[in-house]
Structure formats: structure tokens, C-alpha cells
Design a protein around this ligand. Structure first.
Ligand code: HEM
Length: 158
């Protein structure tokens, strides 16, 4: 290959450079920033989760407390605080943060809750509203939504 044809080949490859997969399979920018870092780390994730859980818990389209199902969940302050902690850990661990998720599997924790696709969609809309409130950019929102969306088959009808 001549020097100029090498340069042309490089110019075609450059647009692919900004994204790369690390060994855990999570998406990183070429500058090494994980989604976790781009979201603003644990403090920012905690703030979004806090707003999101409050929003979803008050959303009749989600029926977060699972009223009328065999798995009714009392939204006591202790239960809500625990759920927020676990969800924060889950999101941090799945976006490239150093945390380890030590909660139950998505399938076992939501078993018997009879969650429908429509309820899952309503929950996703609540998450979008919280991400908008915290001005999370569209690209990071899309990446997080794809991670959250990947849990659907374990949660809906679990
Ligand atoms: C409509 C959809 C959903 C509803 C109604 C729902 C409801 C709940 C409820 C009531 C609990 C508390 C259960 C307990 O402590 O016994 C819970 C726990 C949890 N949920 Fe969901 N959930 C939904 C979707 C999701 C999604 C999409 C995720 C992840 C992205 C998620 C992650 C978690 C986590 C991490 C816990 C805590 C697990 C633990 O304590 O070990 N949930 N969920």
C-alpha cells in the first residue's frame, strides 16, 4: 500500500473509532470514559434513581406496589430506601462502574408481580422523564435505555 492509500484507508476507519468494547463488553468512548463516568458516577446515578423511583412509585400506569397481584409490595420508607440502593448498585455495575451488584436476579425478584409490557413501557417513560430532568444527553439516555430494556424479558411476566 502506498503512503497516500494508507491515509485514505485510515480516513475511512476514523469514524468508527469513538466507540470500543472493553473486556466486560460494556461500551466505552475512545477516551476510556464508560457510560458510568459519562453519567457522572455514583452521585449522579443516585440522584436520578431517587427521582425515578419516586416518580414510578406514584405512577398508576406502573402500579409499582403491585396492588391486586399475589406479590403486593408495601412501599415503607425502609423498603423504598433499600430498593433505591439496590437499583443504584445495579445501574452502576451495569454501566461500567466499580460497584458489584449483590441483589437478587431480575427474574427472581420480580417473580409473581405479573408485570405487563405496558407497565414496563410506563416505567421506561418515567425513567426518561427523570433523565430529562437531570439533563442527561440523548446519547447517554439511549445507552442506558438499552441496558434497562435488556431486562424486559426477565421482568415482564416473570
Ligand atoms: C414495571 C416494571 C417494574 C416494577 C413494577 C418493579 C417493581 C419492583 C418491586 C416492587 C421491587 C421490590 C421487591 C422486593 O424488595 O421484594 C423491585 C426490586 C428491584 N427491581 Fe424492579 N420493577 C420493575 C422494573 C425493574 C427494572 C426495569 C429494573 C432494572 C433496570 C429493576 C430493578 C430492580 C432491582 C435492582 C430491585 C432490587 C432487588 C433486590 O432487592 O435484591 N426493576 N422491583
Amino acid at each position: 500500500m502506498t503512503r497516500s492509500s494508507k491515509l485514505i484507508a485510515l480516513a475511512f476507519l476514523l469514524p468508527l473509532a469513538p466507540l470500543a468494547c472493553d473486556s466486560s463488553g460494556s461500551m466505552k468512548m475512545a477516551d476510556g470514559k464508560s457510560l458510568y463516568d459519562r453519567l457522572g458516577g455514583e452521585k449522579a446515578v443516585t440522584a436520578v434513581v431517587d427521582d425515578f423511583v419516586n416518580r414510578a412509585a406514584g405512577d398508576p400506569m406502573v402500579n409499582f406496589t403491585r396492588k391486586g397481584t399475589p406479590a403486593e409490595w408495601p412501599a415503607t420508607p425502609e423498603n423504598v430506601a433499600h430498593l433505591k440502593k439496590m437499583l443504584t448498585e445495579f445501574i452502576c455495575a451495569n454501566t461500567g462502574g466499580p460497584q458489584k451488584y449483590e441483589g437478587r436476579s431480575m427474574k427472581s425478584v420480580h417473580r409473581g408481580m405479573q408485570i405487563t409490557d405496558a407497565e414496563f413501557n410506563a416505567l421506561a417513560a418515567d425513567l426518561t422523564a427523570s433523565l430529562n430532568k437531570f439533563k442527561v444527553p440523548a446519547k447517554e439516555q439511549a445507552e442506558l435505555m438499552s441496558i434497562v430494556g435488556s431486562t424486559r424479558s426477565q421482568i415482564v411476566g416473570a
